[in-house]
Each structure stands twice: as structure tokens, then as C-alpha cells.
Design a protein around this ligand. Structure first.
Ligand code: ATP
Length: 229
């Protein structure tokens, strides 16, 4: 199948500090891929490099047939990548409605559809984002990314630091998005939940991809060796 996102031999870093030493990742249209690895192995750095927030120092990144290295950094989001960053950054003083409407770009995703996915957001449209609970802020961050009408949704630790019941709401939304055919790249620490939703996984160790395959093929020994779970 042709790739929506294809990384080959990607290297990148922070100034003189190299953090990625060869990441290969393949995601087809409509697929959900889990990007996994222990703390500090390079998951967030990989996402930042895909988004062109960090310079690519080697290898190739193709998205939707486009060579991302040739695209100016500020055009990456417009190319159809919808990022929900770690720490769910929203505009705190703005209302929920304002946060959502500034993100809106033409496409199937509308305010009404986001409220169908997260009814709680619909009830809080006039509230400032800073007054939302952590879970509601996460829903807002996902809603904002969806309203950009992305070809690929990238979720970096979307359930981190949330109460179990709220985490389940976020996972239910991710499953619903998958059911609607959304292509998703997911970083999360919960192996059980990733197993339930992801088609395939890529595991990073010290900045390099060391395992990739269908999620069902990820056996317990490999998970223990590479993820420590
Ligand atoms: P976590 O699960 O803890 O978020 P991760 O797999 O996302 O980890 P990264 O945050 O990508 O890992 O970090 C990969 C490497 O890059 C680590 O060695 C980290 O110390 C380094 N690194 C991350 N951010 C910076 C930065 N701003 N400046 C320098 N080095 C950094």
C-alpha cells in the first residue's frame, strides 16, 4: 500500500546534540500506528522532526507524496498534519469556541462534529480554556487539531496525567476516529490500550527504530525487553 507517511533513516537533534540515529516509519492511509519506546528514546523528537519543528539532518520524510525536507517549516501543518502536542497547549485566556474557531480550515470537520465527538466541549463553549479540567483541555487540543482537517492526526501522550475515567473517554474518541477512517500516529505509555487500537507499532531505542510490525505480533518478551513492561 502506498504510504501516507514514510520516514527512512531519519536523523535529527537539538543543535549539536544528536537525538535520532535512524528512524524508519511507514503509515498507510487509514492506519493507526503506535510509536513506542521507553522514556527519552526519541518519540517526541521524531514527531517534532515530522512536523518540521526540528531540522532533518539525514534521511527522508515523505508525507502524502511530498518531500517534507523541501517544505518550509511553517507550511508543515498546512500540508495536512494535525498535531496534538505533549502538554496539550491551548490558548488559555481564549474561550473554547475561540480556541476551536481559530483552528478551523475547510473540510468535513466542523464545530458540530467536534461537539458530537466530545459533547462536554459543546457545553463549555463560552468558558475560558484555562478553566477547563485536564481532560477537557485534552479534548479541546484534539478538537483543534481535527478542525484543521488533517490527513494525519498525531497524538503525543494524549492520555498522560489524566484520571482513569477521563483516559477512557479519550481512548473511546480515538477508537471512534479510527472507525471513521482517520489515519493516526500515536505516542502513549499504555500498552494495553495501544494494543486495542493500533494496527501496527514502531519501537524506538536510543533514537533508532529497532522493531516494527503488526501490533498483534508484538509478543510479551519483546515488549518487556524494549518497553520495560
Ligand atoms: P518521553 O517518553 O520521556 O517523552 P521520548 O521518547 O519522547 O521520551 P524525546 O523527548 O524525544 O524522548 O528525547 C530524546 C532525546 O533527546 C533524549 O536523550 C532527550 O534528553 C533529548 N532531548 C529532548 N529534548 C531536548 C532538548 N530540547 N534539547 C536537548 N536534548 C533534548
Amino acid at each position: 500500500m502506498t504510504a501516507l507517511l514514510d520516514l527512512q533513516g531519519v536523523t535529527a537533534g537539538y543543535g549539536p546534540v544528536q537525538a535520532l540515529f535512524g528512524v524508519d516509519l511507514h503509515l498507510s492511509d487509514g492506519e493507526v500506528v503506535a510509536l513506542m519506546g521507553r522514556n527519552g528514546m526519541g518519540k517526541t523528537t521524531t514527531i517534532r522532526t515530522i512536523m518540521r519543528l526540528l531540522p532533518l539532518t539525514g534521511g527522508t520524510i515523505f508525507f502524502d507524496g511530498r518531500d517534507m525536507a523541501r517544505l518550509p517549516a511553517h507550511r508543515a501543518a498546512r500540508a495536512g498534519l494535525g498535531l496534538v502536542p505533549e502538554g496539550r497547549r491551548c490558548f488559555a485566556p481564549l474561550t473554547v469556541a475561540e480556541n476551536l474557531s481559530v483552528a478551523q480550515r475547510p473540510g468535513d470537520w466542523t464545530l458540530a462534529r467536534v461537539c458530537d465527538l466530545f459533547p462536554r466541549l459543546g457545553e463549555r463553549m463560552g468558558q475560558a480554556a484555562r478553566t477547563l479540567s485536564g481532560g477537557e483541555q485534552q479534548m479541546l487540543a484534539i478538537g483543534r487539531a481535527l478542525l484543521t482537517n488533517p490527513r494525519l492526526l498525531i497524538l503525543d501522550e494524549a492520555t498522560e496525567g489524566l484520571a482513569p475515567v477521563v483516559r477512557q473517554e479519550i481512548w473511546a474518541a480515538i477508537r471512534a476516529l479510527k472507525g471513521q477512517g482517520m489515519s493516526i500516529l500515536l505516542v502513549d505509555k499504555s500498552l494495553a490500550e495501544l494494543r486495542a487500537v493500533a494496527d501496527r507499532a514502531v519501537i524506538l531505542e536510543r533514537g533508532a527504530s529497532v522493531w516494527s510490525g503488526r501490533m498483534a505480533r508484538l509478543d510479551d518478551d519483546t515488549a518487556e525487553r524494549l518497553l520495560g513492561v
